[in-house]
Design a protein around this ligand. Structure first.
Ligand code: NDP
Length: 277
């Protein structure tokens, strides 16, 4: 019997920069699967229509990126636990009449830290900068690892308060201290892991974090990838260890791949090859 080629896509705006087609093609080749995975640019006001057209063309699944993760959440008829808590979806699976929404960003971050960087979040003091979709997607996964505390900070205080209030109950249930702080008041040399989940680096913008927040024993993790960011440069200047978001990108893709194909792909060589490009 000949294998039926399955069809997948990543939908976003902009989308030309996406590495997802390349990552999924590599995973599929390694697994001996026949798939088509393409990048689809959706006009900003047409995410639902574009996705419905793709479904009618027998799309099996889709990754969803900026700025459509909330709309993908609305479109899904069923949600995974992580997607429901984040209220954002980055992976869709189309099964009969059902649209199942998942969020693999948090799993991707936590797996990158544990498996590639070899850092266990349990009993760590963690600072998360940003209160947008990326931050929302990872907070619950970080809490599940039971750090000593997770502190949230953001440029816009209203968004910080809203995200803290929404996540408060989950943190309580998991017995983790969830705090928030203004950027200017972040304590010096306190955190073990400092994660930049803002898009500030897109414009080379400074986050106005005091140099003394960083120290030689902390890890500065920037979710951005592809270039050295002001955040990473500042952390390095204070002798902190640093890493970019390529590992998270590949690990969240691997989780999507597992959802669709029930095969866990090898990620290490893919991360290495993307880093050396
Ligand atoms: P959003 O647009 O939803 O949120 C943007 C966040 O960045 C907000 O908290 C915003 O603060 C903050 N911000 C933007 N500009 C500045 C600035 N100049 N100074 C301080 N804060 C700023 O974006 P996302 O959350 O979806 O994405 C954030 C980043 O994470 C992106 O760079 C994205 O590429 C990356 N990402 C990486 C992934 C990976 O797999 N490696 C996965 C998902 C995202 P405010 O509220 O004040 O506007």
């Amino acid at each position: 019997m000949t294998e039926v080629k399955k069809y997948f896509a990543v939908i976003g705006n902009p989308i030309h920069h996406s590495l997802s087609p390349q990552i999924h093609a590599t995973f599929a080749k390694e697994a001996g699967l026949l798939i088509d995975y393409e990048a689809v640019l959706s006009p900003l006001d047409q995410f639902k229509q574009i996705t419905e057209i793709l479904i009618s063309q027998k799309l099996s699944g889709a990754n969803v990126t900026l700025p459509f993760k909330k709309e993908a959440y609305q479109l899904a008829t069923t949600h995974s636990n992580h997607a429901r808590i984040a209220e954002a979806v980055n992976t869709l699976e189309f099964r009969d009449d059902e649209i199942i929404g998942y969020n693999t960003d948090g799993i991707g971050l936590v797996r990158d830290l544990a498996q590639n960087i070899k850092i266990n979040l349990t009993h760590k003091k963690i600072l998360l900068i940003g209160a947008g979709g990326a931050a929302e997607g990872v907070i619950f996964s970080i809490l599940e690892k039971k750090p000593i505390d997770l502190t949230l900070t953001n440029r816009t205080i209203e968004k910080l308060i809203a995200i803290k209030n929404r996540m408060h109950g989950y943190a309580q249930n998991l017995h983790v201290n969830l705090n928030m702080i203004e950027i200017a008041k972040i304590p010096h040399q306190y955190f073990d892991i400092i994660i930049n989940a803002t898009s500030s680096s897109l414009n080379e913008a400074d986050l106005y974090i005091d140099n003394k927040v960083f120290h030689e024993k902390c890890l500065a993790y920037d979710m951005m990838y592809g270039k050295e960011t002001p955040f990473i440069r500042q952390a390095k200047s204070q002798q902190a260890k640093t890493t970019d978001g390529i590992g998270m990108l590949v690990e969240q893709a691997a989780e999507s791949f597992f959802i669709w194909h029930h095969i866990k792909p090898q990620t290490k060589s893919v991360i290495e090859s993307l880093r050396t490009k």
